[in-house]
Ligand binder design. Structure first.
Ligand code: ADP
Length: 610
């Protein structure tokens, strides 16, 4: 019958409303009877008492009128008597029509007959001779006065009868009022208790399933998806429970399917990781190893079961590498960094890759160790070869250059024009070869670490001045505007002045090579934090975007099909890079075709000024 929550709540309200109605009706009935009793008091008895009192008054007036008649003014007395007579009858009629008490009627009848006797005897008195005052007084005392007193007695008894009745009714009314009050209080109390119990029972009934529902929802929130809510009612809560159960079922199916997918993916990842030949480690954000492959076990001489969940440094005792990993995590950038490490006689490139979670926080770090020992050895062999060849080339080249120069100067004998032009070509090529050999020797020295640096605090202004001075002539000859804007007040840099002179010279020479008459070359410097940034900017040919980084590789030339022929060895910028990086700085280039190039490098600033 009461299937819905709404109807259940309505019935509770209905019961409460009925209770209020019952209390109201009972109070109303009680009030009604009480007001009736009070009405009775006022109408029945008070009216009679008032009438009797007024009759008494009129009777006394009549008695006075009789005495006036005997002793004084007869006419006025008769008039007064008659007036009082009619008023007396008026009140008599009121009383006669308001008989409410037992015996009241008898009193009324008796009063009437006594009053008739009284008026009859007064008529007789009127007929007596006016001078016979003694006779009239005697008649009054004998006949009229006893009658008068009898009527008064009757009237007093009648008044008392009504007074007694009124008092009795008042007592009854007080009692009734008290009883009504108790009845209303009792009914109100009963209604309140009953209403409270009903509300309590129903509220508990309604709230119990709701509490159960809330508890279940909380458990589901904690991940308890095995919940089934058993609210068997047909109301809204029952329906809600059914829908909730459906939702949990769907959620569970979804979780199972997602979990399955995740497990599949994890297994796949594990298989891939395990099958990789390069040693591989995955660390969590606490730098604990959470995954490693066989190659890593072999490289670090550890077993997976002992290494998992242990700190990186307990298995891989490489603090320098740890610092690098730390720096990447601290930087919070999502960059891959390659570090070179040497374990035993093997070289590895370690790729450090931060892995970010859905909140874009670094949650794990992937380390892949790529064995580059073979390349290193080949590189070394190549460097050794170049070094040996360069040195071996140097002496014969010097002999060729000297010989050519002697012939050209005709110290050995006269030469003709054809021979001269051939010899000039030989000299030019030999110069190029010498430059190449010198740069090769420089590069191999730097790369092998054999080159010693003489770091000190030195003025970048001074270095630039010295470098630019000899190049002004070449620039002037080409019609290029070479300007050095480096200020004398610039802070000092911590550098090897000879090497930096070489770097600057190389960059300006390059700029001169790739500019034409009317172009500008500007050398400038600015402070960038702890570093000085030096720039060599030209308005020359520029470099295609795709070669911007390649130009720092050894033997690299930009393939130009325009008027610029290959003018160098392709080693200059490689040496520049090596030198700048040996200073803890970096070098890069911004360039646009036909707009020009800007080569920039940084050097650490030192505290002293020079
Ligand atoms: P090279 O001795 O051939 O100049 P570098 O290593 O100094 O060798 O330069 C590599 C290449 O970079 C050059 O061949 C040239 O193509 C390009 N390059 C260097 N400097 C400039 C420049 N200022 N303007 C245009 N191209 C340049």
């Amino acid at each position: 019958m009461f299937k819905t929550l709404k109807s259940k709540i309505s019935i509770v309200y209905l019961v409460l409303v009925v209770l209020v109605l019952i209390v109201g009706i009972i109070s109303g009935i009680n009030m009604y009877y009480l007001s009736k009793t009070i009405d009775g008091l006022m109408i029945d008895n008070y009216k009679s008492i008032k009438a009797v009192n007024l009759m008494n008054e009129e009777l006394e007036n009549q008695n006075n009128a009789i005495l006036t008649f005997i002793y004084d003014d007869r006419q006025t007395a008769i008039k007064q008597f008659n007036q009082d007579n009619s008023v007396f009858y008026n009140w008599y009629n009121v009383e006669a029509n308001n008989i409410t008490e037992k015996n009241e009627g008898n009193y009324v009848d008796e009063i009437k007959s006594a009053y008739v006797n009284f008026t009859t005897s007064v008529s007789y008195l009127q007929g007596m001779p006016p001078d016979d005052k003694v006779g009239m007084l005697n008649y009054y005392n004998m006949k009229i006065k006893p009658n008068y007193e009898h009527i008064k007695d009757l009237l007093n008894s009648l008044a008392k009868l009504n007074e007694d009745a009124m008092f009795k009714k008042k007592t009854n009314a007080t009692l009734d009022a008290k009883n009504s009050m108790y009845t209303i209080l009792l009914v109100t109390l009963l209604a309140a208790i009953f209403g409270f119990i009903i509300s309590l029972i129903f509220t508990n009934r309604f709230l119990k399933p709701m509490e159960y529902l809330i508890k279940s929802i909380r458990e589901v929130k904690e991940g308890e998806l095995d919940q089934v809510i058993s609210i068997k009612t047909d109301d809204e809560l029952g329906k809600l429970a059914v829908e909730f159960n459906n939702m949990i079922r769907r959620l569970k199916q979804y979780e199972e399917s997602q979990l399955g997918k995740i497990i599949d993916e994890r297994n796949k990842t594990l298989s891939i990781v395990k099958s990789i030949n390069d040693p591989l480690l995955v660390l969590n954000s606490d730098y604990k190893i959470i995954l490693l492959n066989g190659a890593a076990e072999e490289l670090f001489g550890i077993e997976e079961k002992n290494a998992i969940d242990k700190h990186f440094l307990l298995s891989v005792k490489d603090e320098k590498l740890f610092e690098q990993i730390n720096a990447i995590v601290d930087s919070k950038f999502n960059i891959n960094k390659v570090e070179q490490v040497k374990y035993g006689d093997k070289y590895y490139d370690v790729t450090i890759t931060p892995i970010k979670n859905y909140k874009s926080e670094i949650s794990d770090i992937l380390l892949v160790f790529h064995n580059i020992t073979e390349f290193k050895e080949l590189d070394q062999a190549k460097d050794d070869f170049i070094s040996i060849i360069s040195h071996e080339f140097k002496t014969p080249l010097t002999s060729i250059m000297m010989g050519t120069s002697m012939i050209l100067e005709e110290k050995i004998g006269a030469i003709n024009d054809k021979q001269r032009s051939t010899l000039v070509a030989i000299e030019e090529e030999s110069e190029k070869l010498t430059e190449l050999v010198n740069e090769l020797i420089e590069l191999t020295k730097i790369e092998s670490g054999k080159e010693m640096y003489n770091f000190k605090c030195c003025s970048i202004f001074g270095i630039a001045q010295n470098t630019v001075k000899p190049l002004y002539n070449i620039a002037n000859e080409k019609g290029v505007n070479l300007t050095n804007t480096i200020d004398e007040d610039m802070p000092c840099v911590y550098a090897d002045p000879e090497k930096i002179t070489w770097v600057l010279n190389n960059l300006i020479t390059n700029a001169l090579k790739y500019t034409d008459a009317g172009d500008d070359i500007t050398i400038s410097a600015s402070v960038d934090g702890d570093f000085m940034q030096i720039s060599v900017k030209d308005t020359g040919a520029g470099i295609p975007k795709e070669y911007k980084d390649k130009i720092f590789d050894k033997f690299f030339h930009v393939q130009n099909d325009d008027e610029f022929e290959i003018k160098g060895t392709g080693l200059g910028l490689a040496v520049v890079k090596e030198i700048v990086e040996a200073h803890g700085g970096k070098v890069w280039c911004e360039s646009d075709i036909d707009v020009g190039s800007n080569f920039m490098f940084t050097l650490p600033i030192c505290d002293e000024r020079g």
